[in-house]
Design a protein around this ligand. Structure first.
Ligand code: ADP
Ligand code: MG
Length: 404
C-alpha cells in the first residue's frame, strides 16, 4: 500500500516528465467516439502543467503490429487533448525518433507534447526482456521522471509501464491513485449489503472474479451471456443461447460454495429470447425455466434478461451500499436487447453508497445508453486491470511503483 505519489518526485518545475497515459480510445474513421479515457487523464496532466513541468504524453492505441500504421495514429487524440486542456498540444510523428526528440527539446515549462503510438515500436510489447529494456532506455532519454497513469495497462509487463518505471524516478498519477482507492473499497471492508452484478459474454472470462469475490459479497446477480451456463447448471434447457458446457461443473461448484457461505446467487426468472442473433430479430419474453418453449423452439437465443428480472435486479442494487457491476446484461449493441443493461445502469446511479462500473464494454454501454460518468460512483478506465485486481492478482505496473 505504498504506491509512490506525485509528491515523491519533488519539484517538477522545468523538468521533463513523461506521462504514461491510457489514451486507447475507440476511433471510427479517425473520429474519437468516446473520449472518456482522455478526460480521465486530465487531472494528472493539469497538475503537472500547473507545477511547471514539461509534459511528454505517451500512450498506446489499438493493436498495431510493432510498426507505424496510420490508422492507429495518436494525432486525433492530441487534438482532442488540446481542446480539453484549452491550450496548444504539440504532436511528434514518431515515438523516440527525431520528431519526438525535437519536440521535447522545444517544450517550455507547462507545455505539452504527445508522442506517437508506443506500439509503433516492437520493443513496447516484446516478450524478450532485453528488447523491452532497450526500448524503455530510448523512451527514458526523453524525460527526467515518469508519471505512470495508464491504469488500463498496469496488468501488463510492457516497456513504458514496467521497465521505464525502473529506469527513471517514477510515481503513480492521480488516475491510478483514484482507481486503486475505489478498488480497495471494493475488497477491504466494503459497506454492506455488497452486491456484485455480473454479465457480459462468457463465464470463463470471469471465473477469477467470481471465485475471489464470492467470499466477500452478500449477493451476486447473474445476467448477460453467462446466465445461460448458470441456468443449464441447474438443469434447465437454454435452446441455442450462449452455453459453455465445459464450465458447467465449475458453475455448479460456485452454486454450492455460495449456498455454504450464505451468499445469494440471483439468477433471472425471465429472459428475452430471439429468433436469431441480429438487431431486428423477432423476440419474446419467456420464463427462464421454459426457454425452449418459446415460439423459436430449440433455435431460440437468449439476448437479454427479461423485465421481471430487470426490476428485481434494480431493487437488489438500489438496496445495497456497495455495488460492483461488470458485464452488460444483454446484447446492448442491439437496442431491442438493451433494456436489461439500461435498468441495471439506472439502478446503479441511484445507489446510496458506492456504485462502480468496471469493464470496457460495460463502460461503453452506459455511455451509449445516454448516462454520464458523473452519475456513477466510479467508472473504471481499466477493464482487464480492474478485473485482475479484483481477482487478487499482483499487477506488475503497480508493483514497480511500490505497491505491495
Ligand atoms: P466487459 O468488457 O464489460 O467486461 P464483456 O467483454 O464480458 O464485458 O462482455 C460484453 C459483451 O457481452 C457485449 O458485447 C454483449 O453483446 C455480450 N453479451 C451480453 N449478453 C449476451 C448474450 N445473452 N449473448 C451473447 N452475448 C452477450
Ligand atoms: Mg469486453
Amino acid at each position: 500500500m505504498t504506491l509512490r505519489t506525485l509528491e515523491s518526485l519533488g519539484s517538477l518545475e522545468g523538468k521533463r516528465v513523461i506521462v504514461r497515459c491510457d489514451l486507447n480510445v475507440p476511433l471510427k474513421d479517425g473520429v474519437i467516439t468516446d473520449d472518456g479515457r482522455v478526460r480521465a487523464s486530465l487531472p494528472t496532466l493539469k497538475t503537472l502543467i500547473e507545477a511547471g513541468a514539461r509534459v511528454v504524453v505517451c500512450s498506446h492505441l489499438g493493436r498495431p503490429d510493432g510498426a507505424p500504421d496510420p490508422q492507429y495514429s495518436l494525432e486525433p487524440v492530441a487534438k482532442r487533448l488540446s481542446e480539453l486542456l484549452d491550450q496548444p498540444v504539440a504532436f511528434a510523428s514518431d515515438t523516440v525518433g527525431e520528431s519526438a526528440r525535437g519536440a521535447v527539446a522545444e517544450l517550455g515549462d507547462g507545455e505539452v507534447v504527445v508522442i506517437e503510438n508506443l506500439r509503433f515500436n516492437a520493443g513496447e510489447t516484446a516478450k524478450d526482456d532485453d528488447a523491452r529494456r532497450a526500448f524503455a532506455g530510448e523512451l527514458a532519454a526523453l524525460g527526467d521522471a515518469l508519471v505512470s497513469d495508464g491504469f488500463g495497462v498496469v496488468h501488463r509487463k510492457q516497456a513504458s509501464v514496467y521497465e521505464l518505471a525502473e529506469i527513471l524516478p517514477s510515481a503513480a498519477g492521480l488516475l491510478i491513485a483514484t482507481e486503486l482507492d475505489v478498488l480497495d473499497r471494493l475488497t477491504e471492508n466494503p459497506e454492506r449489503p455488497y452486491t456484485v452484478v455480473l454479465g457480459g459474454s462468457k463465464v470463463s472470462d470471469k471465473l477469477g472474479v467470481i471465485s475471489h469475490l464470492l467470499p466477500r459479497v452478500d449477493r451476486i446477480l447473474v445476467g448477460g451471456g453467462m446466465l445461460f451456463t448458470f441456468l443449464a447448471a441447474q438443469g434447465h434447457a437454454v435452446a441455442s443461447s450462449l452455453l459453455e458446457k465445459d464450465q458447467l461443473d465449475t458453475v455448479r461448484g460456485y452454486l454450492t460454495e455460495a449456498a455454504e457461505r450464505g451468499v445469494e446467487i440471483v439468477l433471472p426468472t425471465d429472459v428475452v429470447v430471439a429468433e436469431s442473433f441480429s438487431a431486428d430479430a423477432a423476440h419474446e419474453i419467456v420464463a427462464a425455466d421454459a426457454i425452449e418453449q418459446s415460439s423459436f423452439g430449440a433455435s431460440g437465443i437468449g439476448l437479454d434478461i427479461g423485465p421481471d428480472t430487470a426490476a428485481a435486479f434494480a431493487d437488489a442494487i438500489r438496496s445495497s451500499k456497495t455495488v460492483f457491476w461488470n458485464g452488460p446484461m444483454g446484447v446492448f449493441e442491439f437496442p431491442a436487447f438493451a433494456a436489461g443493461t439500461k435498468a441495471v445502469a439506472q439502478a446503479l446511479t441511484e445507489v446510496d453508497g458506492l456504485g462502480v462500473v468496471g469493464g470496457g464494454d460495460s463502460a461503453a454501454a452506459v455511455r451509449q445508453l445516454g448516462f454520464t460518468d458523473d452519475q456513477f460512483g466510479h467508472i473504471s478506465t481499466g477493464g482487464g486491470a480492474s478485473l485482475e485486481f479484483l481477482e487478487g492478482k499482483k499487477l506488475p505496473g503497480l508493483e514497480v511503483l511500490g505497491w505491495a
